[in-house]
Each structure stands twice: as structure tokens, then as C-alpha cells.
Design a protein. Structure first.
Length: 453
């Protein structure tokens, strides 16, 4: 049974205060980190927001990570506290408090959670915004609230995991505007359809794979309660976008383009219909530029700046010389009216079900299997997930016993979280992999070389 909760602003405020008091009682203060490795729940959301409103930074990790994967990130984040099971979360909220001395909560979050992202090296990087002063914290909150305009009358459906940065932003903005959140433990199309029927949400954040699976239901849920449905997290195929615009109430289907590092654009439906394929124009207080290599750069306000945790070299490579514009390596183009079109995601990135999978990390894990001479991990289109993780493997013929595709799958499952494991493994020869002039495998061309589109 997949759990669904309706969380009111008042109930969440009470639990946020309890969480903040517990963290303070355990000695956590401004800039300290608490690692949270848990599935969705009202308690998790309360701890995230209670921490943020007192300047404690939650480090949000995927609960499906294997112990070895988790330990790498925890060693890097160096949190003062780790909470990784439901009993520990409950104990945190039930910790005895002096109710007459609740910690003071800011009206808005004083930081962004730290999420981990990666790059061509495969080494995860924590995206760190630090603790903001009151003025910048208010500007950051208003930046989001001004676009989506949540009110106490709103009920926002959240069916993405809370380790997804957008799920936290939409939950926080709704609750701190006085509205309610309907939180789904994990996405299941039937469960989400039932939640729509029972709770009549007015807003939702989804990734395109969620929309695809909702529309595949034999009995379509009622959608007329929505004033706002926002999608992001992966490219949305044009037929799916048009179906969503037709199925949901007029004017309700919006899109944004962003990353863990920061937000670039916003796109109301009328703009997309006038400029099909665009991901919108620059968000307020931002501007977009395209460099000579086609990379998209976003000039961001002070409250939206970030660094990579304890990695000044990576930070410097993401920002321009004066530290006012950043890139995450995506490639695109701008038309004369400033509408952005993405020509491709980063070569190293596969987005499956709205979750980023970094091929370099998966390749490193598979390459550790004796008998694997070379591996290239890539994505192919998938109706259910948006993209499917695949691996092309070159086998060492001298290995004994000779490694098979099934061996690769089993090894991946023993060393990687399920969502990172290749769904399909292709055994190929070294000449079957497309390469640059220097011999580097071109991941983005592997699917085409293998006849997979």
C-alpha cells in the first residue's frame, strides 16, 4: 500500500517547530548539516523545512543508495547528524522539548538543501548555497512564490521524491503561503489518480514520465481541479506536451528549465504554443547567453548563487570570470525574442523517470567486473521512463570464464542503486563504439551506432 498524506500549513508548522527544537537540542546551528536518507513522509518534509528555517542545511540523499555509495557522499558532506530510518525520524520529532523555548523560525528558508549532482568525472558534487541573510532568503522565496502565486486556497500534489530539489521548493512555497500539500510516498499512477479524485489538488509538480504514465491509465483521473501543473526534470516530447495542454484546464500546464544548481527559464502554455519546443524565457532577475560552443549560461542574482561543496576548481569552471553567470554544460540556442531551445543535455547525463543518472559513475562500477575490457553507458528513449539506462560492453576474450551480459547486470545490481543499473546490456566489439579522433567514446552516438535510434 502506497501511503498518501494531506499536510496542512498549520500541522506542518507545528512539526517544523518540533524538528527545529530537536536539531537545536542536538547542537546543530547555522551552516551545520543534517543528512536525511528517507522516503517521502510528512515527518521528513517537516524536518527539512524546520532545518532550513533555522539555517541548518539538510543533505538529501536517495534512500535507494547502496551502503558503499552512501558512505562516499556522507564522507564528503561531513554532516553533524545522519537520519536514515523512519524510527530515527520519529524519535527526532518526539524528542522532549521545552515548549516555552521553541527556536525562532524564519518566515522563509534561510538556505537551499544540499543535493548531490555529478559530471563527466562521475564524482558526485554537493551543490551548496550556504546560509543566506534575511534579505537574500526573502528574495529567494519571493522568486519562486512570485511565479507560481500559491495562496492559502491551494493544495499542491507532490509525487516526486523529496530528494528532488523541485519537490522541496514546491512543497515549501505552498505550505509557507498557507496552503496544503498532498504528499505521495512514491509515484504510482493509480495511487496518484486516486489522490486527485479524493483531494482535488489545485497544483502539481511532475516530471514528463509521470504525465506519460497518468495518461496510460485505463480510466483517466479527473483533472478539472487544477489551476497549475508544472513539469520539468527531463525533456518533454511534443506529443505528450500537447496532450497535457489539451487534458488539463486551459492555461494550467507550465514548464521550467533548471538544474540542481539553479533555475534558468519559465514557460507558460501560451508561450510554448506560440514557440513549440521552447523551454521558455529567462526567469525574473536573470538573463541567458549562449557561448561559442553552444553552452547555455544564466546570469543569476546574488540570492541564487552556489558553489560545489569543497571543490573550488569545479566551482570556478561553472561560473564566468566575474562570478555572475553559470552553466551546467547544457547546449541550446536562443531565438530573437529570447526563447530558449535545448539542443541536448550534457553528454554524461541520462534522465530516467526524472532522476539524473551519470554514465561515468555506472561505467566505473561495471568496469570493476573482471573480464570487462571497456564499457559505455548511454540512454535511449523510453515511453515509461523518458530514457532507459543502457550499457555497451566490450568483453576481454582472454578472460575465464567469459563474462556475459547477465554477469554485467548482476554485478551492477550488487554495486549500484537500482535506478542506476542498466536495463539493457549489449555485448559489442571495440570497433562498434563510436569514438572521437583521440579515441574517446562518444556516448551520445552509441545508441545510433547500435541501431537503437
Amino acid at each position: 500500500m502506497i501511503r498518501v498524506w494531506r499536510i496542512t500549513a498549520a500541522d506542518s508548522e507545528r512539526d517544523q517547530r518540533r524538528a527545529a527544537a530537536a536539531l537545536r537540542g542536538l547542537g546543530l546551528h547555522h551552516g551545520d548539516r543534517v543528512a536525511l536518507i528517507l522516503p517521502n513522509s510528512p515527518a521528513l518534509l517537516a524536518v527539512i523545512l524546520g532545518a532550513l528555517r533555522t539555517g541548518v542545511v539538510p543533505v538529501l540523499l536517495h534512500p535507494g543508495l547502496l551502503p558503499a555509495e552512501r558512505s562516499v557522499l556522507l564522507d564528503d558532506a561531513d554532516p553533524q547528524l545522519v537520519v536514515d530510518d523512519e524510527a530515527g525520524l520519529t524519535a527526532l520529532l518526539d524528542r522532549p522539548h521545552n515548549h516555552g523555548a521553541w527556536p525562532e523560525l524564519s518566515d522563509v528558508p534561510l538556505a537551499r538543501p544540499m543535493h548531490y549532482t555529478s559530471g563527466t568525472s562521475g564524482r558526485p558534487k554537493g551543490v551548496w548555497s550556504g546560509v543566506l541573510d534575511e534579505a537574500d532568503a526573502r528574495a529567494l522565496f519571493d522568486d519562486e512564490a512570485g511565479i507560481w502565486r500559491f495562496t492559502p486556497d491551494d493544495t499542491t500534489l507532490i509525487c516526486s521524491p523529496l530528494y528532488h530539489s523541485a519537490a522541496v521548493r514546491f512543497s515549501a512555497t505552498t505550505l509557507l503561503s498557507g496552503g496544503s500539500v498532498v504528499l505521495v510516498e512514491r509515484f504510482d499512477a493509480n495511487t496518484v489518480g486516486q489522490a486527485m479524485a479524493e483531494h482535488g489538488p489545485t497544483a502539481a509538480f511532475m516530471v514528463p514520465a509521470h504525465l506519460q504514465r497518468l495518461f496510460a491509465l485505463a480510466s483517466q483521473p479527473a483533472l478539472d481541479s487544477f489551476r497549475l501543473v508544472v513539469h520539468a526534470g527531463a525533456p518533454c516530447p511534443e506529443p505528450l506536451k500537447r496532450r497535457a495542454i489539451e487534458a488539463f484546464p486551459a492555461g494550467s500546464v507550465w514548464e521550467f528549465y533548471g538544474s540542481t544548481e539553479g533555475q534558468f527559464t519559465v514557460c507558460p502554455p501560451q508561450d510554448w504554443l506560440a514557440h513549440p519546443g521552447t523551454v521558455g524565457q529567462a526567469r525574473p532577475q536573470r538573463s541567458l547567453e549562449i557561448d561559442a560552443d553552444g553552452q547555455v549560461w544564466c546570469r543569476a542574482p546574488a540570492f541564487a548563487r552556489f558553489s560545489y561543496w569543497r571543490d573550488p576548481h569545479k566551482t570556478a569552471s561553472a561560473w564566468n570570470a566575474d562570478g555572475t553567470a553559470f552553466t551546467v554544460g547544457d547546449v541550446g540556442r536562443l531565438d530573437d525574442a529570447g526563447f530558449l531551445y535545448l539542443d541536448g543535455r550534457r553528454d554524461d547525463l541520462v534522465i530516467s523517470g526524472g532522476v539524473n543518472v551519470y554514465p561515468a559513475e555506472v561505467e566505473q562500477a561495471i568496469a570493476a567486473l573482471p573480464g570487462v575490457a571497456e564499457v559505455a553507458v548511454f540512454g535511449v528513449p523510453d515511453e515509461r521512463w523518458g530514457q532507459r539506462v543502457c550499457a555497451a560492453v566490450v568483453i576481454d576474450p582472454a578472460a575465464s570464464p567469459v563474462v556475459t551480459a547477465d554477469d554485467v547486470r548482476l554485478h551492477a545490481r550488487s554495486t549500484l542503486a537500482t535506478y542506476k543499473c542498466p536495463k539493457d546490456v549489449y555485448v559489442v566489439g571495440p570497433d562498434d563504439l563510436p569514438r572521437t579522433i583521440t579515441g574517446k567514446v562518444r556516448r551520445t552516438a552509441v545508441a545510433q551506432r547500435l541501431g537503437l535510434g
